[in-house]
Design a protein around this ligand. Structure first.
Ligand SMILES: [Fe+2]
Length: 281
């Protein structure tokens, strides 16, 4: 099945106790899906978790529009239906807002290079959930998702063989809620589908970012490491692999943190954007 195909056909779901709500599926490009509920009264728990899980695995990024946002604790409790919720230092629900003078680039207005969440914690989250409480339209800041399962699929045998021998050590100082040093193989397997995926976080130079991430490549000659990292970064940024999500207030987004790596475009002006994020192992 292609991941952009609406599936199943648009269908109505019970909404509350008496109503039904009509859902419309719209594919995003090059991957992802918007599921829109008519009427404005729909709740995310009107749709069975297993259905949403399937849609997320098919589409990688699932955008729900026309659904009520949840109070903070309810949001965490809902996500618990999907699995264990990762508890960060700020709590299970992390408020993502752009700060005036942030310690960490996640809270700054510049770009966020591609990475996967959970690199510096014990468990890799399987899904992440966002709800968008507020936005400033037209000032950039899109969340960019790169589908590494497609990057791998399109690589030739020689490149795959080279990748299979690579692992990388990432290190960063803990300035907000994560930090440390980890070593990961570049090629991994999606835990649900078994499809090969790439675990790759772009290096962050100390000149350009508040909290640099250093990357050491194992499995190739050290003299080739810089060129290798540059070529890999170029590949995962290709438009055919990347979906940029332009947030609307009221969006609920579920994304597959194993198939995807993600980052953010820079903001081009002041923003009042407020996202809440929960990660499920
Ligand atoms: Fe992230």
């Amino acid at each position: 099945m292609t991941n952009s195909a609406p599936s199943p056909a648009d269908k109505s779901y019970p909404c509350g106790s008496t109503e039904t709500t009509k859902l419309t599926h719209t594919p995003l490009r090059p991957f992802g899906r918007v599921v829109r509920a008519a009427g404005g009264g729909a709740r995310i728990d009107d749709i069975p978790v297993e259905t949403l899980r399937r849609w997320t695995e098919e589409s990688r990024v699932l955008v729900l529009r026309g659904f009520q946002l949840l109070p903070k604790q309810d949001f965490a409790d809902y996500c618990r239906l999907w699995g264990e919720v990762l508890a960060w230092e700020p709590g299970e629900v992390v408020d993502l807002v752009v700060e005036e003078n942030p310690k960490n680039y996640l809270f700054a207005s510049g770009d966020v290079p591609l990475h996967w969440d959970g690199a510096f914690v014990e468990a890799d989250p399987r899904y992440f959930f966002f709800q968008c409480l507020d936005v400033t339209p037209g000032v950039g800041g899109e969340t960019v998702f790169s589908d590494t399962s497609r990057v791998y699929r399109d690589a030739d045998d020689e490149l795959r063989e080279r990748w299979s021998r690579i692992s990388m050590t990432y290190s960063t100082d803990k300035v907000v809620h994560y930090g440390g040093e980890i070593t990961e193989r570049l090629v991994s397997q999606h835990p649900a589908t078994g499809i090969p995926v790439l675990r790759f976080a772009e290096p962050l130079s100390p000149q350009a970012y508040k909290n640099p991430v250093h990357v050491k490549v194992h499995g190739i000659d050290e003299s080739e490491a810089e060129e290798f990292l540059g070529a890999l970064a170029e590949r995962v940024h290709r438009p055919e692999y990347c979906y940029a999500h332009d947030w609307q207030a009221g969006d609920i987004v579920i994304a597959d943190n194993f198939s995807l790596i993600h980052g953010r475009n820079a903001f081009t002006g002041p923003t009042k954007r407020h996202l809440q994020r929960v990660e499920v192992i």
